[in-house]
Design a binder for this molecule. Sequence first.
Ligand code: XIL
Length: 355
Amino acid sequence: MLTRRMFLEMAGAAATLRPSFAAAPSEGLRAIAARRGILYGCAAATYELKDSTFADALAREAAILSAEYEMKRAALEPARGAYDFSGGDGLLAFARAHAMSFRGHTLVWHHSNPPWLEDALQSADAEALLTKYITAVAGHYQGRVHSWDVVNEVLQPRDGRADGLRNSLWLKRFGPGYIDLAFHAARAADPHAMLVYNDWGCELGAPENDRFRAATLNFLDGALARGIPIQALGLQGHLSAFGTQVDQKKLSAFLDAVRQMGLKILVTEHDVDDSGGSSDIALRDSAVADASRRFLDVMLDCPATIAMLTWGLSDRFIDPPGWRDRLAGRYPRMLPLDSAYVRKPMWRAIAKAFA
Ligand code: XIL
């Protein structure tokens, strides 16, 4: 029987698949990306998997999965020493059941930490709070993850340090050495996982992004010279359709410098914020698709790029906007599928970039 969903999908696919691009309606981004040797996937949460229609779309579209928040320390270690792997394990089980890779996000971050951590870090044996956590978590997932974002968002040139490091609770307690400790602990806990340094700030074309790119190359240079086992750079890829745009030339030159360091590159959290523009949905969707395509064309042209993940798959699960936007019926449209899981212009832009 032809369901509404199948009808919408075929109608949507037929309407949009102009001669320049061909993919079977049932073919997802994972298959199209695979032909280019790229892993396409997205972040998800276990509650989303309860929706079987969404779970089907996820299985069709994604070849790699990450946890939007269930593998952050606040979720994994809500009380000191009491680990809760249920969320991460649930997502890993889904990934395995659908022949997907799985990536860990994130072992060390200045955000999404449990309320007890900051005080506990003041104790004399604080270093164990960093290394033992990584040993426990990366150890639990040993041999079962494609890659780990070992540290997330360690750079913030705005904090005014010469090395560009973010003045986080970790830096305040341990100095820059916490990054070395984290990567060595992750390597020891899982000899197989690709170890990634993940951040935002290198994608766009503003002067601040020039500073971020310079600080990132300087940081990577120094870390590799110290023998830190960083194998890849993760670019989050949070863009804005109506804000500062990607500078393709600067981004391309930056990626080439990273490639020449022998590092792989992943897009880890791609989405396109559509706030601030027209209220016309078609205009917003095409601006989102254009921004995504301009970014991905540069990312995918770099031979070091091995994976591209969006920060979710469907608009359905994006946190609702403020009451004004809700009143105006303006809901974010930042991801490849709309809230009815229908493919949007962004999906086609991503598919064409892969093709
Ligand atoms: C965000 C999630 O989307 C939220 O659900 C959570 O409450 C906080 O984290 N950079 C990152 C991601 O590396 O982990 C963040 O995700 C978004 C910005």
